[in-house]
Design a protein around this ligand. Structure first.
Ligand code: GDP
Length: 412
């Protein structure tokens, strides 16, 4: 299988991204997820939402209702990195499940509709991600729609979500003629004349050169204003290199001071590869995050993302499947091996891990072990519930519970 990293011993934690796609219903989350799985080679066929054949929507009930009800974690590979894609339900009825998914993410792509910009539900999703401290980037999707307006969408981010939007791409073509994006960092155009696949890379088209130069200048100024290291370079040289911009954008994304904005059309398969590059460039790996905290007998317990440390994992999803009960886990510390006996500090039971599985699209691949920072499913545990902590028997802790769900926001 192309890009298969499941057996790669060389993969380091710095190369893992635990990613969520967040959006209100209809912004294109399922389509973006599908196109990511396709672009990374995790699936070879692109399902369409309206046909009910998308890979993350494999549950029959989901297919019927056309919304993603059950969160599923899918592993895929992109340029030497592993992206664990954690599907978060967009429907307001599943707020608790969204909270649990947010608890295990390290970063997110927030999808907006290029015509509607920020909508009430996007604000609700944004606030949820704020409470969990999830670093995020924004994809302004549906650039091919009549009335798509990147500037208006960016203004709505500034006004309604509040971080400084830092635009790193401009659209090439508009509405039905949307062809691709200008990458402001590398000053080049990426277009997809035939739809899906690697972009055609060309110099910035003549008619967009002025806009691209202005966009780059605005980006440099906005970054220098917020990032001391970049400011120093900007004052000395009057400009910023693409490498400095990338590093500064990474820092600003992690602190949440600013948000990187990209654009594209998932449906037309334009903009997905640069989105994956941005995920790798700007969103953190498990190593970049502070140690996870929990408690035991009234005392705070901290665990580093260290494969050699004591096991600490959070169960965030339990599914009854044809092959039995599968528990999806985020491992925060230690290594989980097939055959391990672990402690569930919620029930007080010990549970045996019969199999460690990695979900790739619609099928599971068995692995011998999984380490801190990773997301896997396990078979064997019988009574583990979503929200439970699984840990080494002699190193018990209860991981902080997910933040309580906010009251449901009704959308007209
Ligand atoms: P979700 O509810 O956020 O998961 O959104 P979906 O992925 O189900 O998309 C909602 C609708 O918008 C579907 O009919 C998609 O085909 C359509 N859609 C998604 N992305 C795009 C896009 O880039 N352009 C256009 N024109 N339609 C899109």
């Amino acid at each position: 299988m192309r890009n298969d990293l499941t057996r790669s011993p060389a993969l380091s934690l710095a190369d893992v991204r635990n990613l969520g796609i967040l959006a209100h219903v209809d912004a294109g989350k399922t389509t973006v997820t599908e196109r990511i799985l396709h672009a990374t080679g995790a699936v070879h066929r692109t399902g369409e939402v309206h046909e009910g054949t998308t890979v993350t929507d494999f549950d029959a009930q989901e297919r019927e209702r056309g919304i993603t009800i059950f969160a599923a974690a899918v592993s895929c590979a992109w340029k030497g990195r592993r992206i664990n894609l954690i599907d978060t339900p967009g429907h307001v009825d599943f707020a608790d499940e969204v909270e649990r998914s947010l608890r295990v993410l390290d970063g997110a792509v927030v999808v907006l509709d290029a015509v509607a910009g920020v909508e009430p539900q996007s604000e609700a999703v944004w606030r949820q991600a704020d409470r969990h401290g999830v670093p995020r980037i924004v994809l302004v999707n549906k650039m091919d729609r009549a009335g798509a307006d990147l500037d208006a969408a960016v203004a709505s981010i500034r006004e309604r979500l509040h971080p400084a939007p830092l635009v790193v791409q401009l659209p090439v073509g508009a509405e039905d003629g949307f062809r691709g994006v200008v990458d402001l960092l590398d000053q080049r155009a990426l277009t997809w004349p035939g739809g899906a696949g690697e972009p055609v890379v060309t110099p910035v088209p003549e008619e967009l050169r002025t806009a691209a130069a202005r966009g780059r200048r605005e980006l440099e100024e906005a970054v220098a204003e917020r990032h001391p290291g970049a400011l120093e370079e900007f004052c000395e040289h009057g400009t910023l290199t693409a490498a400095t911009l990338r590093a500064a954008l990474r820092d600003l994304t992690r602190t949440g001071e600013a948000v990187v904005v990209l654009c594209g059309s998932a449906y037309r398969d334009k903009g997905v590869e640069p989105l994956l590059d941005a995920v790798a460039d700007y969103l953190p790996s498990p190593l970049d995050l502070p140690p996870v905290t929990g408690s035991w007998e009234g005392a705070e317990v901290r665990r580093e993302a260290d494969p050699e440390g004591p096991l600490a994992a959070l169960a965030f999803k339990v599914n009854a499947t044809a092959t039995g009960r599968l528990t999806s886990l985020r491992i925060y510390s230690g290594t989980l091996r097939k055959g391990d006996v672990v402690r569930d500090t919620t029930t007080g039971r010990t549970e045996r891990v019969a199999r460690v599985l990695r979900l790739r699209a619609d099928r599971y691949t068995e692995v011998a072990a999984a380490v801190a920072g990773d997301i896997v499913a396990v078979a064997g545990p019988k009574a583990v519930r979503a929200g439970a902590t699984l840990c080494a028997r002699e190193h018990p802790l209860v991981l902080e519970p997910p933040a309580p769900a906010e009251p449901v926001v009704s959308v007209a």
